[in-house]
Design a protein around this ligand. Structure first.
Ligand code: GLY
Length: 350
């Protein structure tokens, strides 16, 4: 499992061609969705990649389906792809999830590399080899653990992201700092989210991807220590899933994770004696940058019901990752309904 590479737009095409040569790939397939096609392919010197076959699918998590997957497989078959062909997934997490799954299953596995175009995908979904589609209304229900042959991160893509999408990715970066070390957490809190300076962000991205890469390398199949990466996600996923039912468009993933982080840090103080200063710092950071907590206590029961059905649970008990300190992670912690409601009350009342 190679460490992700960081490039800019000028170097990206060269980096892709180097991977093609390293893998001795016979053909190149480029997977995008309609958005990445317009916003990202247009800034690359694509003629240098020729000959290649472009596969485009509809964007959005609602299209991470069996239907889109068969469209990719059909195209690979029609264009004569072999096990030695290379698929380049250029897009957000949806593209690396479905593209990785299509490649991992095509003829029992062809080469693939991920080129994330969002900050969220760069620091999270593109690294770690979790591939999937949604099925029967269940998120990421069918998938594999299949490591990409490479991850190439072009930070120039993030300049076109709107503020909300930058903040969505930044929430996962804060999580990485919390499970890693105090110095990175200090730097993450000190970064100016108003100006969003790209060269400083690039330094933070490098540190973040090395945190994610380290956890994945130690536990690629998510059997133990990798569960540290679930911090904020037990409550965060439930908030996100619930918001998609009840609000226009729903919460962006990172916004749900940010509120999930504050809730789970509250539980970390209660159950693992985490220093309250860390919780208060995160609460202030979340309120200043991510707005008010957007739920009322009437919605807790339904949010909790979603948590009970989370696939991270074990024998019917809700399994959560908590912190005893920054970088001091406690996986497989059981939390009760009362704990959950208390944590939600804490963020709603503050
Ligand atoms: N996004 C969590 C993981 O990759 O394990």
């Amino acid at each position: 499992m190679n460490a992700p590479k960081i490039t800019d737009s000028a170097q990206l095409v060269t980096a892709i061609l180097e991977e093609k040569e390293r893998l001795n790939a016979d053909r190149l397939f480029i997977l995008t969705d309609e958005h990445t096609d317009k916003l990202c392919l247009s800034i690359l010197d694509c003629p240098r990649l020729e000959p290649y076959c472009h596969i485009e699918i509809h964007s959005g998590d609602q299209n991470k389906t069996l239907h889109s997957l068969t469209a990719i497989w059909d195209m690979l078959i029609d264009e004569g792809a072999t096990r030695n062909s290379l698929m380049v997934n250029i897009g957000g997490g949806m593209i690396s999830d479905i593209g990785g799954f299509a490649a991992a299953t095509f003829k029992r596995g062809m080469h693939f590399i991920n080129v994330p175009t969002t900050l969220l995908a760069a620091v999270d979904a593109s690294i770690g080899g979790k591939t999937s589609i949604n099925y029967q209304g269940l998120k990421n229900e069918i998938g594999t653990f299949s490591q990409p042959d490479a991850v190439i991160i072009n930070t120039d893509f993030f300049a076109s992201l709107d503020r909300k999408n930058r903040l969505s990715g930044y929430a996962e970066m804060v999580k990485h700092a919390l499970i890693s070390d105090k110095e990175l957490f200090r730097q993450m809190m000190a970064y100016d989210l108003e100006t969003f300076d790209m060269s400083q962000l690039r330094v933070l991205i490098e540190k973040n991807i090395s945190v994610k890469h380290r956890f994945v390398r130690l536990d690629p199949y998510d059997l133990g220590s990798r569960k540290a990466l679930n911090l904020g996600h037990t409550i965060g996923h439930a908030l996100e899933a619930y918001s998609h039912r009840s609000q226009d468009g729903g919460l962006l993933h990172g916004y749900a994770v940010m509120w999930g982080l504050v809730a789970e840090l509250y539980l970390s103080c209660k159950k693992q004696h985490l220093d309250k200063e860390v919780l208060l710092q995160m609460l202030t950071f979340a309120k200043e940058n991510y707005g008010a907590f957007p739920f009322t206590c009437k919605e807790y029961e339904e949010i909790y019901r979603i948590m009970v059905h989370d696939k991270k649970n074990d024998a019917g008990r809700i399994c959560c990752t908590l912190l005893a300190g920054i970088g001091d992670v406690r996986i497989n912690q059981n939390i009760t309904k009362e704990d959950t409601f208390e944590a939600l009350d804490f963020i709603r009342e503050n």
